[in-house]
Design a protein around this ligand. Structure first.
Ligand code: BGC
Length: 389
């Protein structure tokens, strides 16, 4: 009897030991699988004329999304995401090599800084002192000037966690670079997650009072076929108002209702359905090239817009902490720039949703402030999230 009891005890002890070893193994497997889900890889991409080495980082998850980012301009050179059949294709315009980006690019995929969009005549004042910025767009300053953040080489570092792969880019812009006061220490962190979202966190500090307004200039074509225009792709924007512009695309100062205009995207509407309407503002922009005043400005990081391509089923949702978004319908693409897939980028073959403060804010006192003081930290977050339906 005693022997049987002892035998049973030993048997159950052995069982517990085997079970716990198996569980540990399972857990280990789970953790390794999680780590294997996201990855980041570094490759050489080219060299700038002054010998600067440019790398390309590839961020990958296990849901079929891949993002390529180069250290020149922090440019997103490719975003591959699945269509409704599960086929991953590239959905952002760009080039295959560095030379093309350096030769001529309408800011394809780039980080824009120090100031997203235009500042009238390149002039603004801070504490009674007038500053003159580089003028590079007719009489105006556009996207940070002649050598903006899109044309500098950023210092990169990588980080991976169980469910994310992140690329941190740092650039120190010197005092008076392109005419801006203050040394601006800037960090942009791209984070790819398992849910097919790409976070962009922009942070900056300054050693002198200055202005800052950072964004990303990706041109999307959700079809994955760059020979098509985006006119059949459907957009919704959570905005009751937008900013009408003058002939040089500087906001007039008026904050206009979108109601009963071709600028009303509160319900999903195809980009092309009203783009040729007889409308003074559309004529001034050559299509859509305006800043929408977003709703829910006190709500932090929230959904502000959705784009959808009915054919591929791809959906892009944009979340941001910013008060505005520049919706640009690729009007200046004119069939001269070579496309990644062959052929050229024709008019309206891509659209941009540039989350930002309003253009020309330093000269328009009614617009939310873009001033950054030395004791403050600039922080702005935008997310591109992909899915299908
Ligand atoms: C501007 C356009 C400009 C484009 C590319 C957009 O953000 O609003 O007017 O042509 O960027 O430079």
């Amino acid at each position: 009897m005693k022997f049987i009891k002892q035998f049973l005890y030993s048997l159950s002890f052995l069982g517990i030991v085997i079970l716990s070893v198996m569980c540990k193994d399972e857990k280990k497997k789970e953790v390794t699988q999680k780590i294997e889900k996201v990855s980041i890889e570094k490759n050489e991409f080219g060299t700038t004329p002054d010998g600067g080495k440019v790398d390309r980082y590839t961020l990958k998850n296990s849901s079929g999304m891949t993002v390529d980012i180069i250290t020149y301009g922090g440019i997103i050179t490719s975003i591959k995401v699945p269509n409704k059949e599960g086929v991953s294709e590239d959905v952002v315009l760009g080039y295959n090599n560095l030379d093309r980006y350096m030769e001529s690019s309408p800011y394809f995929g780039a980080i824009i800084g120090r100031y997203g969009n235009r500042i009238a005549k390149g002039k603004f004042s801070l504490d009674g002192k007038e500053y003159s910025l580089a003028v590079n767009n007719g009489e105006n300053h556009l996207h940070g000037g002649i050598k903006g953040f899109d044309k500098v080489v950023w210092k990169a570092s990588e980080e991976t966690g169980e469910y994310y792969a992140a690329l941190k880019l740092v650039y120190l812009s010197k005092d008076m670079e392109e005419g801006y006061p203050g040394g601006l220490n800037t960090t942009v962190t791209y984070t790819l997650k398992e849910d097919n979202s790409l976070d962009m966190l922009y942070e900056a500090t300054t050693d002198k009072k200055t202005i800052v307004n950072l964004t990303n200039h990706s041109y999307f074509n959700l079809s994955g076929d760059f020979s098509k225009t985006v006119l059949d792709q459907v957009l919704s924007l959570n905005a009751d108002k937008y900013l009408p512009v003058d002939n040089t695309l500087i906001p007039t100062g008026e904050i206009a209702e979108v109601k009963n205009t071709p600028f009303d995207f509160r319900k999903p509407t195809s980009i092309g359905s009203r783009i040729e309407a007889d409308d003074d503002q559309l004529k001034k922009g050559g299509g859509y090239d305006h800043c929408w005043v977003l709703n829910g400005q006190d709500k932090g990081h929230r959904l502000i817009g959705t784009a959808y391509d009915p054919e591929s089923g791809r959906v892009l949702e944009v979340f941001t902490t910013e008060p505005g978004v520049q919706f640009y319908s690729g009007n200046f693409l004119d069939g001269t720039l070579p496309a990644k897939q062959g052929g050229t980028y024709k008019k309206r073959s891509g659209f941009c949703l540039e989350t930002q403060h309003y253009p020309d804010s330093p000269n328009q006192l009614d617009f939310p402030s873009v001033v950054l003081n030395p004791e403050e930290k600039y922080s702005s977050k935008t997310t591109y999230k992909f899915s299908t339906k």
